[in-house]
Design a protein around this ligand. Sequence first.
Ligand SMILES: CC(C)(COP(=O)(O)OP(=O)(O)OC[C@H]1O[C@@H](n2cnc3c(N)ncnc32)[C@H](O)[C@@H]1OP(=O)(O)O)[C@@H](O)C(=O)NCCC(=O)NCCS
Length: 112
Amino acid sequence: MLQEIRLLKQCFPNSWIRKTIFLVFPSITIKKSRRIIAFLKTKGEEIILTCVDKNYRRKGYASQLIAKSKAKYVHTYKENKAAISLYQKNGFIIAKEIKTPHGIKLKLVRER
Ligand SMILES: CC(C)(COP(=O)(O)OP(=O)(O)OC[C@H]1O[C@@H](n2cnc3c(N)ncnc32)[C@H](O)[C@@H]1OP(=O)(O)O)[C@@H](O)C(=O)NCCC(=O)NCCS
């Protein structure tokens, strides 16, 4: 749990406190030397968080986590280009745009 909080702060510096509620949901994790360097959380069929340590990004770890997960959809903010590209590269397509008080979110659904 503490390791996931450390990563959460890194991945979402402006919203990590709000996201701590998600820590109760099940994770798929990747560890290096017994430290968690990447995790993905699901709530039912939805991916609710994907987070990779800054020192380990662009090495395919998030893609590995998505491949292990059976989740069918995910929401992400429209300005999070890295996340959109990640999910598209891993078989998700944009299904709809949703206006929220925090900005526009996209719903992406799994095609493969
Ligand atoms: C988004 C995030 C999870 C990606 O993790 P990652 O392990 O670096 O992703 P991968 O190495 O599997 O990348 C796969 C593809 O995603 C896309 N991608 C990943 N990071 C990107 C970036 N910074 N800019 C543009 N595209 C990016 C690329 O298409 C990449 O393929 P490529 O490296 O062959 O070009 C990571 O940057 C992160 O933790 N960000 C902060 C938290 C966040 O925004 N999470 C997603 C919303 S819940």
